[in-house]
Design a binder for this molecule. Structure first.
Ligand code: LFR
Length: 478
């Protein structure tokens, strides 16, 4: 039996989990959870990365002695360091408005079709490539000698060692998914200095040991190695999909829904670009072929606007609202920015000529129906575009707690949904560490261990998919 600490940072909270692993058992316990509260300063929306680091240290102290530490977080964002290795300002939040209108400028130099063929990444305004273009000419970027993605930055503070973990690097839109190396041509044409990035490392690679100062602050006894994991949270979550065969789709649910397939090779066709599917990199040479859907962010933002009512009651009321009265396109980047979410959803329903949901229960129902519909669309289109049929949809992450969403997803996809594990990213993080240290076997063995040890709930599809097809036609604008 060995213990691994998984630091897993999400957009609204961070946690340090401890996984206890043997070749036949896998247990996960929460050591510490802390809020991740972005801050709006005059220049825009920023991550409070020092408070996140403090949360990580508190978490490691609470975790106690472990055999290794791994870190994963949301993707694309980064901190810049000066020549002394000192952080230059707070990392910019990917929902910040600085990238508005930037993509068009990039495409004037590298047309969108070429960019997709070279990097395989879907268009999202926040891809690091667009963020770096938005930052051009700022004194911060001019003074930067190093760029570290968020998990790599925390890892650097813990160990003093710098690297760029590959799965997360693949979300920068500066990596070629065929070679799994930097896309020198794209960077060159856009004037992006790849020398800012530390050398690539793979999930499972050693990433240093906790510094003496960190050992002292956390009360741990060294040496404690830090191990690179799939440091993009979605890569870790996909690693923890408890699939027992090849014919599965997954939906990683939380602030986002990331819906798609695990493939052996990227799909870089023009059809795939038009459908806005991304080819992010996963473990062991795999490709995470998926689409970003706004996810429970839509509901989180409404709940915030409504003054944080109790979620259980709201979901029960939503379950009683008639299904599919109005739906919105939950893949639409128009929902990316924070604020006024109930109004924006109402406006989208009005604009597409559907009944306008008014009460919190009606709006919640509209959101859940819309998410299930977007899940259906992504699962269906991914199968067609990748020519990879599936028999089951695995739902992992925070959304597994939402039984209505899981059932609606099964109904909409016309496929059984297997829901669980909820803490998928942390489990994937733990298992990659365990594998690197020889405690578990290959990817399939990791998945078998998950399927045997984690509580999973199965939802059978009900009611046929006809009404979902009809609802889809109401918002078929793509
Ligand atoms: C999920 C996630 C998504 C990424 C988004 C922004 O937490 O990592 O995969 O597209 O956040 O980084």
């Amino acid at each position: 039996m060995r213990s691994y600490a998984a630091v897993d940072l999400g957009a609204s909270s961070g946690r340090v989990m401890v996984g206890r692993v043997s070749p036949h058992s896998l247990e996960l316990a929460e050591a510490h959870r802390f809020v991740n509260r972005p801050v709006r300063v005059p220049e825009g929306l920023r991550w409070d990365v020092l408070s996140l680091y403090a949360g990580v240290l508190d978490g490691l102290r609470a975790a106690g002695q472990v055999d290794s530490v791994g870190i994963d977080s949301w993707a694309v964002d980064y901190g810049l360091l000066d020549g002394d290795g000192v952080l230059l300002g707070n990392p910019v939040h990917y929902r910040d408005a600085r990238t508005d209108g930037v993509a068009e400028k990039v495409w004037a130099t590298v047309p969108a079709a070429e960019l997709y063929a070279a990097t395989g990444l879907q268009y999202a305004p926040f891809n690091t490539l667009y963020q770096l273009t938005a930052a051009r000419g700022t004194s911060q970027l001019a003074n930067a000698e190093r760029l570290l993605l968020i998990p790599d930055l925390l890892s650097y503070w813990l160990t003093g060692e710098q690297g760029t973990e590959l799965t997360n690097a693949s979300t920068t839109q500066l990596v070629d998914p065929r070679t799994r190396e930097w896309s020198y041509d794209v960077a060159d044409r856009l004037g992006i200095d790849l020398g800012l990035f530390a050398p690539l490392r793979q999930p499972g690679d050693p990433a240093g040991v906790l510094r003496p100062g960190v050992l002292e602050e956390t009360g741990l006894t060294g040496p404690v190695p830090v191990t690179a994991v799939g440091s993009h949270d979605t890569a870790s979550a996909v690693a923890a999909v408890p699939a027992t065969g090849e014919r599965f789709a997954y939906i990683c649910t939380g602030t986002w829904s990331l819906a798609g397939l695990e493939l052996e090779a990227p799909v870089l066709t023009e059809d795939s670009r038009a459908a806005n599917f991304t080819n992010e990199l996963g473990l062991d040479g795999t490709v995470r072929y998926l689409r970003n859907i706004m996810g429970l962010w839509l509901l989180q933002e409404c709940v915030r606007a409504w003054g944080e009512p109790e979620l259980g009651g709201l979901l029960r009321e939503a379950a009683a609202v008639p299904a599919l009265r109005s739906v919105v396109d939950a893949g639409d980047a128009a929902f990316l920015a924070p604020g006024r979410m109930p109004e924006r959803i109402a406006e989208a329903c009005r604009a597409s000529g559907q009944p306008v949901p008014r009460t919190p229960a009606e709006i919640t129902r509209c959101i859940l129906d819309s998410l299930a519909l977007a899940h259906r669309r992504a699962v269906e289109e991914a199968q067609r575009l990748a020519d990879h049929p599936v028999d089951v949809v695995h739902v992992v992450g925070g959304g597994t707690r939402n039984a209505l969403l899981c059932q609606l997803t099964a109904d909409a996809c016309g496929l059984p949904v297997v829901a669980g594990p909820t803490e998928a990213a942390a489990l994937g993080n733990v298992l990659v560490q365990a594998r690197a240290h020889g405690m578990v076997g290959d990817r399939a063995a990791m998945r078998r261990l998950l399927a045997r040890t984690q509580p999973l709930t199965r939802y059978e599809p009900q009611g046929g998919t006809g009404r979902w097809r009809e609802a889809e036609a109401r918002i078929a604008t793509r």
